[in-house]
Design a protein around this ligand. Structure first.
Ligand SMILES: C[S@@+](CC[C@H](N)C(=O)[O-])C[C@H]1O[C@@H](n2cnc3c(N)ncnc32)[C@H](O)[C@@H]1O
Length: 234
């Protein structure tokens, strides 16, 4: 596997610590569970499989030679799905959830300059993550787009379905190479503690510096119901 910066490895997953805080989750609604530090809500594996079914991140190269960076990897369940699809994966997170490289602030300019040089930026073909919520979603989108621009790479972020409706986010769509919105076939569940039906629909937002057009909205079926031999749509 090509590591985009020294020491970045995919670690063996360990037990996940999920400390509780007093505040309720604004993003997930008043679902009855405490908001976790760093918005550590980890993504059900099927959500990542929807993205991988829709998008070919290798763009003609071998998947094993295509490096995808999960920069807010949590306990690694998204990174593991990407790796299972045959891609080379590097994983990092600001916190230590037992997977990837901990202590790496994706938004920290100094850390990026020191640890992720221009050569490495070209080597990473795509950044894929479910970032922390609120204002950080836009900061993550901007940073990921900035990093992927030199090498003509892709960015895929999981966000709430209405995320693109906010006026302040339109520049991310109309002044950046927004490629497609992938609507999930059902609402993700964010906590085993939450027994109620999930409240919010989500979608993948995908940008591609190499091929921004035509823009599309994809309504994907359950990926587990599709034949394995079916290729990616875009
Ligand atoms: C909503 S969770 C998603 C985790 C994982 N991407 C997934 O989908 O399962 C957000 C993650 O972002 C991490 N995080 C928060 N701020 C960060 C930052 N500035 N840089 C890197 N990771 C960050 C948290 O520790 C947490 O693991």
């Amino acid at each position: 596997m090509n590591a985009p910066f020294p020491g970045m490895v995919v670690a063996v997953p360990a037990a996940v610590r999920q400390p509780r805080a007093a505040r309720k989750s604004a993003s997930h609604g008043e679902a009855g569970y405490a908001r976790r530090p760093h918005d550590a809500y980890f993504t059900e594996p099927w959500v990542t499989r929807v993205l991988l079914q829709a998008i070919d991140f290798a763009s003609g190269s071998a998947r094993g030679d295509t490096v995808i960076w999960e920069p807010a990897c949590g306990d690694g369940r998204m990174a593991r799905e990407i790796e299972a699809a045959g891609y080379a994966v590097v994983a990092s997170d600001i916190a230590d959830w037992g997977y990837g490289r901990p202590g790496f602030d994706f938004l920290g300019a100094a850390a990026l300059d020191a640890r992720l040089g221009a050569g490495a930026r070209r080597e990473v073909a795509a950044i894929v993550t479910n970032p922390p919520f609120g204002d950080q979603t836009v900061l993550f989108a901007r940073r990921a787009l900035e990093l992927m621009r030199p090498g003509g790479g892709k960015v895929a972020l999981l966000q709430r379905h209405e995320w693109d409706a906010a006026a302040e986010r339109h520049t991310l769509m109309d002044r950046h190479p927004f490629r497609c919105k992938i609507v999930l076939p059902r609402r993700p569940r964010w906590s085993d503690e939450d027994k109620a039906s999930p409240r919010f629909p989500y979608a993948w937002y995908v940008w591609d510096w190499a091929c921004p057009m035509p823009q599309a909205t994809l309504y994907m079926p359950n990926p587990d119901a599709l034949p394995k031999a079916l290729g990616s749509l875009l």
